[in-house]
Design a protein around this ligand. Structure first.
Ligand code: 0O2
Length: 271
């Protein structure tokens, strides 16, 4: 009986956090989509979220002497969001985006990028207030957002597993290896940062091309409904020829011409 009551209690406690994590992941993914749809480079590469495991909550309660009624206030990472960026420079852009939002109120920040932890850990942490709407009304909860590069994330994931393995007693030689690896991550991020503009250009071109091809194919498909099959096949052949040239400007020109043809058919069908 008590077990069932406790399970229900945990579900009640965790439900708003689950909702917050789901909503926040959707919102950050939408930011990525907005950038890409506009043909722009997204400072966010990837987003993940999790609700803290009950066992980890229990560990923290024990470690910090926190009572169950206090966990909403005293455990700020019950809802955790992780934002991965390609480059270190992107992190400050993401921090700015979060500051400018009215649905997320920043209450605490920790800059472990410029102030690396002794372990070698690097990441930018933000604690926010976020409102979720439940049957019981609005609940203002805390969520932790960790922002880091893909390389920093690689390091932190491995180091976290080792911390778990050695439970606070990590051998000195492993600690040293991790610090060395952390240095290598700093160098890697710096090297990547120095070719950032070129990488961004390449990715933008890829995105623009992908959007153009998708627009053209949808347009051709729609033309099948209104134009003669022969004409559409001719347009399709033309598209393949232009596509093979790998020339973005030609592809853009073709897309514009196709728009004009489609508009013509639309006008005809309205008359
Ligand atoms: P888990 O298992 O990831 O949930 P504070 O009470 O604010 O003084 P706290 O809560 O430790 O101290 O805050 P901090 O330092 O901002 O750390 C919050 C989270 O950042 C940690 O959560 C980790 O996820 C991550 N983190 C911090 N330091 C390290 C580190 O040295 N290595 C790795 N891999 N991650 C780190 P938890 O609850 O400690 O752990």
């Amino acid at each position: 009986m008590t077990i069932i009551m406790e399970i229900q209690l945990w579900r009640e406690i965790l439900d708003p956090y689950r909702l917050a994590v789901e909503e926040l992941v959707v919102k950050f993914n939408h930011i990525i989509e907005e950038y890409r749809n506009a043909g722009l480079y997204s400072p966010i590469e990837q987003v993940t979220g999790r609700v803290k495991k009950i066992s980890s909550i229990l560990d923290k309660m024990q470690k910090k002497n926190i009572a169950i009624e206090e966990i909403d206030d005293r455990i700020s990472d019950m809802a955790g969001i992780r934002i991965m960026c390609q480059f270190v420079e992107d992190i400050e852009k993401v921090v700015e985006i979060i500051h400018n939002r009215t649905d997320m109120e920043v209450i605490k920040e920790k800059d472990y990028i410029n102030h690396m932890k002794e372990s070698g850990y690097r990441s930018y942490h933000m604690i926010i207030y976020y409102d979720v709407y439940t049957l019981d009304g609005t609940k203002r909860i805390q969520a932790e957002i960790q922002i880091r590069t893909l390389a920093m994330n690689f390091w932190a994931t491995i180091e976290h597993s080792l911390q778990y393995k050695y439970k606070g007693n990590m051998p000195k030689h492993i600690k040293e290896k991790l610090l060395k690896a952390s240095d290598a991550i700093i160098t890697l991020d710096e090297e990547m940062g120095s070719v950032r503009d070129e990488i961004m250009d390449a990715q933008n071109i890829f995105q623009i091309k992908a959007t153009l091809v998708s627009d053209i194919l949808i347009n051709i498909q729609n033309l099948f409904k209104v134009a003669s099959k022969r004409e559409v096949l001719k347009i399709q052949d033309e598209f393949y020829k232009v596509y093979k040239t790998e020339n973005l400007e030609q592809l853009e020109r073709f897309s514009k011409q196709l728009d004009i043809i489609s508009e013509g058919y639309k006008a005809q069908s309205l008359n």
